[in-house]
Design a protein around this ligand. Structure first.
Ligand code: C5P
Length: 222
């Protein structure tokens, strides 16, 4: 039988990608499918956790045993997460939250006007994970980071810097690009902890990475 090492634990998982409205039918979005967050929710529930899944624009079957709250944009995701986090033991921020949103969403569909296209003014969304860290009351906080290596550092170096900057307990770092991670059924990642630990999870099904994430969570709860 599957270990019940998360029995009774209250775990909030965000999944999917936010859509920031431009008008009633258009948005700025991203390619997150929600698969990795759903996999974490599925595994956590199977290991006994009480799971609240906050889903942003996900078209996947609801994991058995999870309560689902559906949200659209970053501000509604923020509201749902902060509320659910208040009495949670763990928050897993797997959702791809838009960094920016249009300053205004047009009430009516924007017309294809003659002449030059108009620029879209953007403003920053709140960093929800940073807010959770700042306001935490004992929750274990897990962030995700999709990174590409570049001239300023490797995927892992960027991940370490992000973990330090965000102040969460665990950071799941995926290398992205070249058909990896977003929307795919398989994923590879490194799970970093604030004490310098790292667990390498080789390329494989998202359920396997989800199990490794749940192992890392279970090891840090008591
Ligand atoms: O800084 P970056 O966007 O790469 O950080 C990713 C992590 O932060 C993810 O866990 C994501 O869910 C979270 N995040 C957030 N609020 C934002 C942007 C990202 O909580 N506005």
């Amino acid at each position: 039988a599957l270990s019940q090492d998360l029995a009774g634990r209250r775990i909030v998982v965000t999944a999917g990608g936010t859509r920031e409205p431009l008008d009633p039918v258009r948005f700025l979005g991203n390619a997150s499918s929600g698969r990795q967050g759903y996999a974490v929710a599925t595994v956590a529930a199977a290991r006994g956790a009480r799971v609240t899944l906050i889903a942003a624009n996900v078209e996947l079957p609801v994991p058995s045993g999870a309560d689902v709250i559906r949200v659209g944009d970053a501000l509604s995701l923020r509201e749902a997460v902060l509320k659910a986090a208040a009495d949670a033991d763990v928050v897993v921020m797997a959702a791809a939250v838009a960094d920016f949103r249009p300053v205004t969403a047009a009430e009516h569909k924007i017309k294809k006007a003659a002449g030059a296209p108009q620029p879209v003014a953007l403003e920053a969304n709140p960093d929800i994970l940073a807010e959770l860290v700042a306001g935490r009351s004992g929750q274990l906080l897990v962030g995700f980071a999709a990174e590409t290596g570049d001239a300023s550092g490797s995927v892992l170096e960027h991940g370490r810097a992000k973990l330090a900057a965000k102040g969460c307990d665990l950071l799941v770092v995926n290398a992205v690009g070249e058909g990896r991670a977003f929307g795919q059924a398989e994923n590879a990642a490194v799970i970093l902890d604030a004490a310098g630990g790292e667990v390498d999870v080789p390329f494989g099904p998202k359920a396997v990475l989800a199990a490794a994430i749940c192992d890392a969570i279970a090891a840090r709860l008591d």
